[in-house]
Design a protein. Sequence first.
Length: 438
Amino acid sequence: MIKHFFLFLSAIFFVIFSYAQPQTREELEKQRNQLKKEIEETENLLNNNKAKTKENLYQFNLISKKVNLQDRVIDNINKDLFALNNNMYLISKDIRRYDKLLDTLKQEYAKSMVYAYKNRSSYDFLNFIFSSSNFNDAIKRITYLRSYRNYRQMQGDNILRTQQLRKNRINDLSTAKQEKNEVLDVQSKEMAQLESQKKEKDRVISELKKQGKKLNQLFTAKQKQMQKVNNAIATAIKRAQEEARKEALAKAAAEKERLRLEALKNKKDNAAGSGTTTESIVKTNVTKPVSRESVLLNADNIALNASFEKNRGSLPWPLDRGLVLMHFGKNNLPSGSIMDVTSVTISSDIGSQVKAVFNGTVTAVQPVEDMTVVIIQHGRYFTTYSNLSGVNVQKGQQIKTGQVLGRVAANFDGVGAIDFYISNESSNYDPEKWLRRR
């Protein structure tokens, strides 16, 4: 039992070790450069926003993102330091191993030299050979002496080679220490930047709190607007369900009528052959409606619906570039209040193209207040694009993935942003879980 327990623990440690392999310094540097690039892009957006408007939720999200990216940079540097420390430990371990090996080699070489010194005269050499019992024994003794001389030469070469290896590792250790000092300097600068960014974030929060009444009015207006969009989505889904039911009933009626006409045409043959009436033929041949999980699923969109579900987590974003201002669910606002939303709010430059994330059919192009909402059906799923301007699609139009629907309009803060929804008849989904990772 104890043996099985230890085997189980060994398996767990093996799995943990397998999934916890450290990143190489090259990978860490590549990751750090990418993070610095994102920080630079965020800084540019932040500076552009400062030039246009006062402190707002967009600016708060930008500075928050910048702080998070800076945290990740410092975490990356800490991993780099850990890798350097680990490398220095391994180098020091090698140096200690070479020291022990050199001690052993030098001791063996000293013994060989002492022995050679004691037997250094030519007389001893000749006496050793001529004291052989026969010729073959003499040949073996000569071969032994040559091998012994080669062995001493090899000992000397091993000592020199080991000394060179030790010297190389000492140089490696010196280089690693220098690299560590450079990384520590970078860490110090990045930490200073992080402190500066946190102070800037606190300043923005403070300014936003001063605008408390105005912000509350904006958030209230935003919630009312989002409720109107949710109502528009619910209406569009209900209308699509009604149209699907009517279409299903129309198809069933058309099929029944087709069978009735066919029965009338063959009435004489059927009556002569089996005595079956027209009414019984129609009743017998009418196909019962197929039971489906959703009235919205029909023969035309079942494949589309399955494909949409299959692409969960890999759908393209509706905007080529943008920052998430509010996530699906509860969002903590700078004022301390919480806003619960059923979409994801993505900011981008005003006028940026808004694209469809999947093939589908436009079910609604509807004005809500001063903006336009586009709703697209993908089987039993619907994607909604809110706060658009310059919409160039219409109801009933077939849409392809990546097709431009319209452009980003300004929100309440004067910043370009859209609200993106994913829904079906019964639920709203977190869009970020359906979109591919950036």
